[in-house]
Design a protein around this ligand. Structure first.
Ligand code: GTP
Ligand code: MG
Length: 255
C-alpha cells in the first residue's frame, strides 16, 4: 500500500519525542521537476543507507507540486520503501524552505540534504556521516577543498559563483568565512544544533541559514565533484541571485 503524503508542518523544528529518536538520519531531497531523476536517486540512496544505517534512516522528498508529477512518482515507491516519505507543497515554494519543512516533519538525530538531480554523488554521504559520527556538528560536501571540483562548469559560471561567495564574505564574514564552500547544498547537521531556532531562509542557500542561525561549533568539509546534470533542467535563474543577496542581508540584520 502507498503511504499518505506528509502534511506540510508549521511551527519550529523540535527535538523528536522519545521513542521516535531511533531514526539516526533524516535526509531531505528537495525537488522541482525531477521526474527523470527521482527514482534512480532513491534507488541509489536506499542501497547505500540500508547498508550503512540499517533500519535507522528516512528519506523525505519535498516536492513543490511539480507539473511532471515528481511527487507522485516518489509516492509510488513508498509501498516498497517504508523508509520513504513524500511531501507535496502547494502553498509555498523555494528550495531552502522545502528543506526546512522536510526537517520539521522528520524524526532524525542527524538532518541532511541532497539535490534530487544526481549532481551530488550519493556515495559521498557516507563520508559526511563518518564526519558526523566523529563529532562534527556540521559535515559539508565541498567543491573547494581537497578532492573537490565542479566538473565542466564554464568559466563564466565559476566567476559568478566565486563572486557570490565574495559578496557573502563581505556582508557576513563570520558566517560565510567559516568554510570553503558555504554555498553547498549537500550536508549533514546535528538536529540539536538547529532545534528551536527560527529558520526562515530565502532562495537556494539553506546552508547559510544553518550557519547563520544554528548553534554550530565544529565543521568538517569533505571534497566532492559537483557533476553535470544528465536529465532534467536547472531551475537556477537570475531570481535566485537576487534572493541570495536578500537572504544575506536578512541574516546580517538579524545578528
Ligand atoms: N522543492 C523545491 N525544490 C527545488 C526548487 N528549486 C530547485 N529545487 C531542487 O533543488 C535541487 C537543486 O536545484 P537545481 O536547479 O538543480 O540547482 P543547482 O544544482 O544548484 O544548479 P544546476 O547546476 O544549474 O543544476 C534540485 O533537486 C531541484 O529539483 C523549488 O523551488 N522547490
Ligand atoms: Mg542541479
Amino acid at each position: 500500500m502507498l503511504a499518505d503524503l506528509l502534511p506540510v508542518p508549521t511551527g519550529p523544528l523540535t527535538i523528536p519525542v522519545t521513542g521516535e529518536t531511533a531514526v539516526r538520519l533524516s535526509l531531505v531531497i528537495p525537488t522541482y521537476r525531477e521526474a527523470q531523476n527521482i527514482e534512480a536517486l532513491l534507488v541509489q540512496l536506499t542501497r547505500l543507507l540500508k547498508a550503512a544505517l540499517p533500519g535507522t534512516f528516512e528519506l523525505i522528498v519535498v516536492d513543490d507540486d511539480s507539473p511532471d508529477f515528481t511527487w507522485k512518482l516518489a509516492q509510488g515507491l513508498t509501498a516498497d520503501y517504508p523508509h520513504l516519505r513524500v511531501m507535496r507543497r502547494t502553498d509555498e515554494r523555494g528550495l531552502a524552505t522545502a528543506v526546512v519543512r522536510g526537517w520539521q516533519a522528520s524524526r532524525g538525530q542527524l538532518l541532511g540534504v541532497i539535490d534530487g538531480d544526481l549532481q551530488h554523488p550519493p556515495e559521498n554521504l557516507l563520508k559526511l556521516l563518518a564526519a558526523a559520527e566523529q563529532g562534527a556538528d556540521l559535515a559539508v560536501a565541498s567543491r573547494h577543498t581537497e578532492g573537490g571540483g565542479v566538473s565542466t562548469w564554464r568559466l563564466a559560471r565559476r566567476i559568478v559563483s566565486r563572486g557570490a561567495q565574495l559578496i557573502g564574505l563581505v556582508l557576513l564574514p563570520g558566517v560565510v568565512g567559516r568554510l570553503s564552500d558555504p554555498m553547498s547544498g549537500f550536508f549533514v547537521v546535528r538536529r540539536a544544533c538547529l532545534a528551536g531556532k527560527p529558520l526562515s531562509p530565502l532562495g537556494y542557500k539553506i546552508l547559510l541559514e544553518v550557519l547563520g542561525r544554528g548553534d554550530i561549533r565544529t565543521i568538517r568539509e569533505v571534497g566532492y565533484v559537483f557533476e553535470e546534470r544528465t536529465q532534467g533542467e536547472s531551475k537556477v535563474t537570475l531570481r535566485q541571485y537576487g534572493e541570495y543577496l536578500l537572504h544575506l542581508l536578512r541574516l546580517r540584520l538579524s545578528r
